[in-house]
Design a protein around this ligand. Sequence first.
Ligand code: NDP
Ligand code: PYC
Length: 344
Amino acid sequence: MTDDAIFTIGALHERVEAIFRKAGVNATQAGAIARVITAGERDACKSHGIYRIEGALRTIKAGKVEPGAVPELEPGSAGAIVKVDAKGGFANPAFELGLPVLAERARSCGIAALVLHDAVHFSALWAEVEALTEIGLAGIAMCPSYATVAPAGGSKPLLGTNPFAFGWPREGRPPYVFDFATSVAARGEIELHRRAGKPLPEGWAIDAEGRPTTDPQAALAGAMLTFGGHKGSAIATMIELLAGVMIGDLTSPEALAQLGTTTLYPAHGELILAFAPQAFAAGRPGNPLMRAETLFEAIMGQGARLPSQRRFTARAASERDGIRLSAMEVEQLDRFLKLGLDAV
Ligand code: NDP
Ligand code: PYC
């Protein structure tokens, strides 16, 4: 067994991209996937970093994602609603295609929506709302997943872990961004606990009989719980409605029924909303970005931290010192690169 290794951000990106190219994924998709996975490692978001590669390769091998897909803007993309057909490929290149059009429409209309259809999804959403903040826009992103979470008061998987992210631009500082699963924790966290042989915190999950459990294996076979009880359950349901039913794509139970397993990544849609703060605030007193700073200062003035602060601190460390991967992680990357889809 060799030692831990340090990768520059660029070197890790190249390695991840090469793995997906070896697995037969086209350049458009491999580049976009490598960007989001490398960003996860760079920002110390282990549940959506290189850990996701194996699942993505398994999904390709099972024929549940189209590795040659090239996303396209849909003909119905008019006015404030921009639609991108991911063509059964991964969601990330579809987002990258839609982003400039979304931004242009949000600037001209004050508000615009990007709808992704038929996309295989495994990634964190903060990268998407952060991309909006980088061009002065506020944004919300949400998507269903597959049925792994019991609604509050229920005991069987029905909702997805349905992530919900928000970003607000800040001048000369990292943006205000939060991004969370509407379950108590992301499913990736349960899997990471299982791999590490660690029990789950109380309150994360129930087993297949509906009893509270801290055993990750029993949790994976049972159901996860929503954050904040009925409140998270309602937000997760809203995401099923807006980013599933409303956009004419799959809800989490439908995505699971189509895929037939939770060991691969699901296909469904995604909804991203972009807002131009200056357009909303026009004619009203005060600059919205300055007023937001007053609020952030008051939050931090109480000793609280802003969401994503941990991530931005981790990012600065990665940019300075590189990204440290364990010997086991490096061996796995080497294996993926050498064997391609035969590694999974
Ligand atoms: P976390 O609970 O780890 O973090 C949620 C958010 O809260 C982050 O923005 C985090 O910032 C912030 N935060 C955490 N602690 C504090 C604190 N003490 N004070 C202020 N802010 C805080 O996220 P989850 O485990 O719920 O989700 C992890 C990821 O999983 C998300 O990125 C999500 O998009 C992804 N996901 C993807 C799914 C998919 O289908 N594609 C499904 C479900 C989840 P920070 O990062 O700085 O700690
Ligand atoms: O971590 O819950 C999760 C998740 C599901 C799909 C992608 N990430």
